[in-house]
Write a protein that binds this ligand. Structure first.
Ligand code: HPA
Length: 265
């Protein structure tokens, strides 16, 4: 599957390696417009790529230039909650590594548990809690499955992102992301539990991709676009429609942060 996917991608986009891969979360697919000289390949043409079943997510792989570097963008992801497959992103991420990517940049929309980081703000991920309890490496037969997760959110890339945010006069706090399976949002009691467990944000993605990325030897960086406060922490009503519309504010910040980061990787 991997060789066939690489063949199709290289035939369309050329054989030059990419330096990084960027995954776009809910409501963030407009970030694909930042690429210049880009080639688009529909996920449907590639084996094992996301089925594209969630509104607000793109359905194509883009390859082009950003921040002076050749990168690949996955404009939408597949989530565990769609089919119960925690390894849904494995074929796409293996293709990214196969194209030469050494860095994996992940974005998502998330609910905040930190009163200082509200809707429209970004939260850089420093660590995660795999509360969904599923692991994309279950079934992996080799010793590659025993991935060390210490510093899995690359400290060097986090430091770079903070320096860039300061330069851009952008507030950027760090936090721990708790992966909740979804697709229902959390209950008020679950949010209170997440706070007590030490989480600062909750979301339905990303953690399995971090695990896969580390297994593939990629340096991983992840940033949440906060679309709402966790259930019960504010009066605002949580919904997917709301997520998609507020994600635009965070997207504008990511549009400034990510190209600057790509320039420095
Ligand atoms: N919970 C889980 N996932 C989310 C949320 C949330 O509150 N907001 C956006 N994605």
């Amino acid at each position: 599957m991997l060789d066939r996917n690489l063949e199709i991608i290289r035939a369309k986009a050329g054989t030059a390696p990419v330096e990084a891969a960027l995954v776009l979360g809910s409501g963030l697919s407009a970030l694909g417009d930042l690429l210049t000289d880009k080639v688009a390949i529909a996920y449907a043409e590639l084996e094992g790529f996301p089925g594209g079943g969630v509104s607000g997510h793109g359905r194509e792989l883009l390859i082009g230039m950003m921040g002076g570097k050749r990168i690949a963008i996955l404009t939408g992801r597949e989530h565990y909650y769609e089919h119960g497959n925690a390894a849904a992103m494995r074929p796409a991420l293996e293709a990214m590594a196969g194209l030469g990517a050494q860095t994996l940049l992940l974005t998502n929309s998330a609910g905040s548990l930190d009163p200082e980081v509200g809707p429209g703000e970004l939260m850089l991920l420093a660590d995660h809690i795999n509360y969904a309890g599923m692991n994309p490496l279950i079934g992996e037969p080799t010793d590659r499955r025993f991935v060390n997760m210490v510093d899995c959110y690359d400290p060097g890339l986090r430091a770079k992102a903070h320096a860039i945010a300061r330069r851009l006069d952008m507030t950027l706090k760090e936090g721990v992301y708790l992966w909740y399976s979804g697709p229902s949002f959390e209950t008020v009691a679950e949010i209170q539990m997440a706070i007590r467990l030490g989480a600062n944000a909750v979301g339905m993605s990303t953690a399995p991709e971090v695990i896969l990325g580390r297994m593939l030897g990629l340096r991983v960086w992840a940033c949440s676009s906060i679309t709402n406060m966790g259930a019960g922490l504010s009066d605002e009503k949580i919904s997917h429609e709301h997520t998609k519309s507020v994600a635009k504010t965070g997207a504008q910040k990511l549009e400034r942060l990510i190209p600057a980061l790509v320039e420095e990787i």
